[in-house]
Write a new protein. Sequence first.
Length: 498
Amino acid sequence: MDAYLARLQVEMNQMTMPIPQTEGQMQHWQALLDSAAEGIWGLDLEGNCTFVNRMAVSVFGFDSEELLGRNMHELVHHHYPDGRQFPGEECPIHDVVRKNIALRQVTDTMFRKNGSSFVAEISAQPVAVEGCVVGVVVTFREVTELRQQQEDLRKAYELAERKTAELDAVIESMPHGVYIATPDAKMRSNHVAKMMSGGEFPAELKTLKKALAGEWSTETVKASDRWIRSVAAPIFLNGTILGGVAVNSDVTQVRLQDEALRRSEKLAAVGQLASSIAHEINNPLESITNLLYLIRQSKSIEDVQYYTTLAQGELSRVTEITMQTLRFNRQQSKPVEVDMAELLQTVMALYTGRIMVRGIDADLKLLPSPRVLSLEGEIRQVVNNLVRNALDAMSSGGRLLVRLHPQPDWHGGAKGVRLTVADTGEGIRPEMKAHLFEPFQTTKEMTGTGLGLWVSKGIVEKHGGSIRTRTRRDKGHGTVFTVWLPVGGSSNLTAAAN
């Protein structure tokens, strides 16, 4: 633009000198003006238009004849942007004449012939002849769209800053440790995260690393003296991973409460076994008492030996029941290989009396199956819960089916065993089925704790298995529980043992 002004000033100087100008020179000069990408006009000392190029005519909407010789301020610069009248003496273009100072890239509002306005960037250069200012060359370009873009960009930046501030406030107000990592290993965290671990992501957790690799994951580990649950996800933008976010929660108290509930459920289960065990022990003890009476009254050594042998068998029965009870409550710190068929038989033996009294038909089919790496006491607790629930559902008799057979995992093909416990009781109410494995959900009202199935589900999942149920309230159908356990156990067992 300055180059145009310099050249135009030379031309103006030549035109204002008392030297005749040819028509060719005039055409050359006008062609120069019309080739400019900016609007250009000239003013005399009174502010009247002396020349105008094609771009200015196009932008203002006037014909060139309507502009030449007219006061340009009154035609295109007559109001302030707020609508007030703009006196000519306040116009900065006039200062170029009065003060002989160039005006460079001033933004102002100008008007078209139809009254509409636009924002223009204006420059003005005085034209001097022998040191005297004889006119002004004004150049301008419309910047309405540019200014709107700049305004939109400014608003977008303000919105982005506001949203960022809001997001930061949300992250800081969360009652969980929030960690955000970028692929180049930069990390930011909120104040709760700093309180939990000084802002450093716990080394025991692998969720954030998985998130950076594009995986969603959840993990609970023991970090130092606390239990931390971490839920992590990748941050995507247009299909590209920008980083990963992990939300860590201190679940130590929850874990302690869950363990307390599990212990109370196990004690409750032992208590519920007491009546069955007492009945099972009472029968052989009565037999032993009767046999001892017969021994005292007998005079034949053969009879004494026979009665003694019977008494010894009954005493062995008491010993077996006692051992099974102790085995049920045994605490283990490390998983061992368990014979599931033997475990099922010993649990069923505890309920022999109840099964006989209620007239229940017990049907066991235990196919040869591989041993399962597990915590025997916990698996025994699961089996006991399922068998006891099945018997409780058949207070007036019915049929109890217990099945065991080898079965690979439906998804990965891992070796495992499947245990099924089915009854022909009344079935489970539909409103209870959705909450069956939640704590404190029971159908036994006064006699149930509502923790048995919740505990059982936790034990099975800790062993890497699954537990499912189906039920039907029609007569002769009842409820079926199916437990699948992997032969090789689960890594969770080692973590739980530690």
